[in-house]
Design a protein around this ligand. Structure first.
Ligand SMILES: [Zn+2]
Length: 115
């Protein structure tokens, strides 16, 4: 008999790690950035393009961190070209400053702390 019982897994959700904050979560809420065969770094809004990919939260804070500290370049193992950096910055600038989706449900749990 097996020594351990397998925990029930309702379903498999593929997890991705944001290169900026290193938080792991389902692909939803993250955007893929792909390194093209030409060494360019571009947004991959379909998530299906070929090439090495990295993920960043769709939040300005994570994009700021990913670009300013060149975490994207490290994750993709390629230096970001100035024009790619510009287009990624433009994407980041269009995002809301704070996440607008998810993350807002925490109030539901607060009452549980009553004794
Ligand atoms: Zn993040």
């Amino acid at each position: 008999m097996p020594a351990t019982k397998r925990a029930l897994r309702p379903k498999h959700v593929p997890l991705r790690t944001c290169v900026a904050c290193r938080t792991t979560e389902a692909k939803r809420g993250l955007v893929r950035v792909v390194r093209t065969p030409e060494g360019r770094v571009e947004l991959d809004l379909t998530g299906k393009r070929n090439g090495r990919g990295a993920y960043v939260h769709e939040s300005r804070a994570c994009w700021d961190a990913a670009l300013k500290r060149d975490k994207l370049g490290h994750a993709l193992k390629v230096p970001l070209q100035a024009q790619d950096m510009d287009s990624l910055r433009a994407h980041a600038a269009a995002l809301p400053a704070a996440p607008q989706d998810g993350q807002q449900k925490e109030h539901d749990g607060i009452d549980d702390h009553q004794r």
